[in-house]
Design a protein around this ligand. Structure first.
Ligand SMILES: [Zn+2]
Length: 162
C-alpha cells in the first residue's frame, strides 16, 4: 500500500516513498513518513487528514490514541475469555481427581518444599505461587464438597434431618 495522503486545508497530495522520506503538506497541517515500510503519518488535527488509497479513493481517518486502542483490545479480549476461565484446563483435570489424589498432591508439594535449599526457602513467593495454591485449594474444596454431597445422599432419610 502506498503511503499517500491529502490535506483538507491546502489540498496538497503528498506521498512518502521510503523509510526516511518525511513529507509535509504545503500548509504544514499533515505529514506522511516511512514510505511503505511503516506508513507513519500525522496531523495537527486528523479531521484534515485524508488517506489516499492505492486506487485513488480518498478516505477520512479517525484518530485513536495508542493507549485507547490498547484498552479497547484488552476489553475485547476480556469479553471473549472472562477472568474466571483463565485456567479451565487445570481445573477440569483437578475436578476429576479423587480426594486421595488431592492429598497426594499436597504431600508432594510439602516434600518438594522441604528439600529446597535454604536460599530458595527464604526467597519471596510470587502471586503465581499464591495462584497455584488457590487453584489446588479450590479443586480440593470442590472435590471435598462433592464427596460430602454423595455421602449425604447415601445416608438413610431418617438421619439426614438432624
Ligand atoms: Zn495542508
Amino acid at each position: 500500500m502506498r503511503n499517500r495522503a491529502k490535506c483538507k486545508l491546502c489540498l496538497s497530495l503528498i506521498e512518502s516513498f521510503s523509510t526516511h522520506d518525511f513529507v509535509r503538506c504545503s500548509c504544514g497541517e499533515i505529514f506522511v513518513d516511512g514510505g511503505q515500510s511503516y506508513l507513519r503519518c500525522g496531523a495537527n488535527d486528523f479531521k484534515n487528514f485524508i488517506r489516499v488509497e492505492d486506487d485513488g479513493t480518498e478516505k477520512e481517518v479517525t484518530f485513536v490514541p495508542f493507549d485507547e486502542k490498547i484498552a479497547e483490545l484488552e476489553a475485547k479480549k476480556k469479553s471473549i475469555s472472562p477472568n474466571k476461565e483463565v485456567v479451565p484446563e487445570i481445573q477440569e483435570k483437578k475436578e476429576a481427581m479423587t480426594l486421595a489424589e488431592h492429598l497426594a498432591v499436597l504431600g508432594d508439594m510439602i516434600k518438594h518444599m522441604e528439600v529446597l535449599p535454604e536460599g530458595a526457602l527464604f526467597s519471596p513467593s510470587s502471586q503465581y505461587d499464591h495462584l497455584s495454591l488457590l487453584i489446588w485449594l479450590n479443586s480440593f474444596s470442590t472435590c471435598l464438597s462433592s464427596q460430602l454431597r454423595d455421602l449425604h445422599a447415601k445416608l438413610p432419610a431418617s438421619s439426614v434431618h438432624q
